[in-house]
Design a protein around this ligand. Structure first.
Ligand SMILES: [Zn+2]
Length: 686
């Protein structure tokens, strides 16, 4: 990149001519002013990586973070004057006074402000994190505390809250993302984010809008994305810090390194480190530039963690809060994006609707009303998910030391649209309208229908996002890299089996023209036990509602009627009995058994009351009883149990053996001795 080469050449020239750079220990933030206000000059200063902080009608301010910045401005040839040589400490007295007033408010001896919480001073990072925990404890059914998937470079946990009714349910509500402090010194942004959380909760049940939003939508609020940088700025160790704590590519810094004044202008601009268009216009390779892109797309853990969050949710609208430039911005944010995006009219209409909360503020694509920036949060929201991303630049109108965090009364006034400076210009109104747009199904897509209660529906999609055409390493080729991205979000089917899932369209806005890329989600339906019941695809355009039933295919069923069936084979016959001769006669038949019962018994008995168990011929009966057995079992007199079954059985052919003893002295009458027996198949466990 030209910027890096320029700086290298300058440093060399200085050494060669014997000039000396200020020692690192002298590094400080210096406020300067240039008289130029034309866009060409300002864009050039921005492109050089300088921190242009205030654009007035007749003059422009820059903050120079150390000697490298001073030299770059000198080399630019743009004349400047120093307004404040060392900005450190300039706000100390004011912040001390505000802090004392807050302490009096908390003791009940000073009046609350008109904010939902009544605060009168900026929160510190520990206060913000404690407040998030307090919210979750106070509203356990409406607020869930979570942490991002990765800590900051210095190991700080990044906290957020989800806010909705029945917050633990994976219920498919549309999600609205509100983030603060991508840029460290922009202290009003965590204030706005937290006040809006309280606003919804305190008005739930009494205000129709707040109640409906918590019924239908889910707010994801992350007050401080850049926790390392915010801590340094808010504790006044490096009050005008913008970026994160990265000092050198690929190295984890220590807290001491990040706080060192020699490193005050190092770091990565977290709003230049997302995936789409990474490395494009308005993103510098220099680690000391105000808009440093980082060594690779999502190289910074804070942004990798934000992408993890977005990939696992269905955020339909995202607001990335900033100060102080009096704008409401949408994509495109860089000139290598399509001039006309796929959702041009819908996106622009929505912007204009939201901008009514900020009358008089320029609203439009960055490329029309602001400077350029690449791999911003809006680009991630829009090109990775088809979600509508916006950047407000709030609490405008201040310069010098107060540029990024003016006196706290301005936070109060801009949140509510009160006072003279921000009369009618309300961040609260912006958030309420944005949340309402996030849950408007005509602006996203819906999958609804039926599925087994308790089943998990999972939507996945894998694809690549393109970087800008850039050299990824110094001296490397200019190239566009395809950056893999994978989405995975889930819903649990409610007890009534009916679900409604508010999702982003599966069709994705092209990074190159005004068309959509024809993509579908893969939807997997999983039983509560983890068994995958169905995998299918769902293709959704913006505004589309797909009404489908899932997990209904692939099962084969049959019903078994209760059955106890017994079939007897051919009648058994002993043949001829010879009188006067002792002999055992035998005969056989089969019984065929089918049972669906849990157990069964095959018994045989003789219903004849006169000569039970004996063959008869008219009124004559044989003296010896008839013996019966199943298979080779020992013959037994009637009644007897032939066989038992421990479970169901089908078509079991049971050989039934009959025996009849005739004694030498037995008197036999001419004719046929016979008996009709009763075979019974019975169960105690049908
Ligand atoms: Zn910012």
């Amino acid at each position: 990149m030209p910027h890096a080469r320029t700086k290298l050449a300058v440093a060399f020239a200085l050494v060669a001519t014997g000039l000396t750079l200020p020692a690192a220990a002298d590094a400080k933030t210096t406020l300067v002013e240039v008289q130029a206000t034309d866009h060409a000059t300002l864009n050039r200063l921005e492109a050089l990586g300088l921190d242009v902080t205030y654009e007035g009608d007749h003059r422009t301010e820059l903050m120079l973070h150390g000697p490298e910045d001073v030299q770059i401005l000198k080399d630019s040839g743009v004349p400047y004057t120093v307004l404040l040589d060392d900005m450190d400490g300039a706000n100390d007295a004011r912040l001390h006074t505000e802090g004392e007033q807050q302490a009096r408010v908390e003791k009940g001896i000073a009046p609350l402000s008109t904010l939902p919480t009544g605060r009168v001073a900026y929160r510190t990072l520990p206060e913000i994190n404690a407040e998030l925990q307090q919210l979750a404890a106070t509203y356990p059914d409406k607020v869930k505390l979570f942490t991002l998937s990765k800590p900051t470079l210095l190991g700080k946990t990044i906290y957020g809250v989800e806010v909705t009714r029945n917050v633990d349910a994976k219920d498919g509500k549309a999600e609205f993302l509100l983030t603060g402090a991508h840029h460290a010194r922009e202290w009003p942004t965590p204030e706005f984010t937290l006040e809006f959380v309280w606003d919804l909760l305190l008005n739930d049940g009494t205000d129709a809008d707040a109640t409906r939003l918590l019924d239908k939508g889910r707010l994801i609020a992350i007050p401080v994305v850049n926790a390392d940088g915010f801590e340094l700025s808010r504790t006044l160790q490096n009050e005008q810090k913008r970026k994160n704590c990265r000092i050198n590519a690929g190295e984890i810094p220590t807290a001491e390194q990040c706080a060192a004044s020699a490193n005050s202008n190092r770091g990565i601009d977290l709003n230049r480190n997302y995936l789409p268009f990474w490395g494009g216009p308005g993103a510098s390779t220099s680690f000391t530039a105000s808009n440093t892109r980082g060594e690779a797309p999502a190289s910074e853990p804070e942004i990798a963690a934000m992408i993890d969050l977005l990939n696992a949710h269905q955020v339909t609208l995202a607001i990335n809060n900033h100060t102080p430039d009096q704008r409401l911005l949408r994509a495109p944010s860089s000139s290598n994006e399509p001039d006309v995006v796929a959702d041009e009219q819908v996106y622009q209409d929505l912007l204009e609707r939201l901008a009514r909360n900020l009358p008089g503020w320029p609203a439009g694509p960055w490329t029309d009303v602001y400077y350029e920036a690449s791999s911003t949060a809006e680009q991630q929201a829009y090109y990775a998910y088809g979600a509508f991303g916006f950047t407000p630049e709030a609490t405008p109108g201040f310069s010098g030391t107060q540029t990024f965090h003016p006196p706290y009364q301005n936070v109060i006034d801009n949140y509510l649209g009160t006072g003279t400076r921000y009369a009618g210009q309300t961040m609260r109104g912006l958030y309420y309208d944005a949340f309402a747009a996030a849950i408007d199904p005509s602006l996203h897509a819906v999958i609804k229908g039926t599925a087994p209660a308790g089943a998990t529906l999972t939507l996945t999609k894998t694809y690549t996002l393109d970087s800008s055409r850039t050299a990824f390493t110094t001296g490397g080729p200019q190239e566009v890299r395809a950056l893999p991205n994978a989405l995975k979000s889930t819903l649990t089917v409610p007890a009534d089996g009916r679900f409604e899932w508010h999702v982003n369209p599966s069709l994705r806005p092209s990074q190159y023209d005004d068309r959509f890329i024809d993509e579908s989600y893969t939807l997997t339906c999983t039983a509560p036990g983890g068994q995958v019941l169905e995998t299918t695809t769902v293709r959704l355009a913006r505004g589309q509602v797909a009404d489908r039933s899932f997990c209904t295919q692939g099962t084969v069923s049959g019903t078994v009627p209760a059955t106890l069936s017994l079939t007897l084979g051919a009648p058994a016959a002993f043949g001829a009995f010879t009188p006067g001769e002792a002999r055992d006669y035998s005969a056989a038949t089969t019984a065929t058994v089918t049972s669906t019962a849990g157990d069964a018994a095959l018994t045989v008995g003789d219903p004849d009351g006169a000569h039970p168990g004996h063959l008869t011929n008219g009124t004559f009966a044989l003296p010896s009883p008839l013996g019966v057995a199943a298979g080779t079992n020992a013959p037994a007199p009637l009644p007897t149990t032939l066989l038992t079954y421990a479970g169901p059985v089908s078509n079991d052919a049971v050989p039934v053996a009959f025996t009849q003893a005739i004694g030498a002295g037995d008197a036999l009458r001419t004719g046929t001795y016979s008996k009709t027996l009763t075979f019974t198949l019975s169960t105690t466990n049908p």
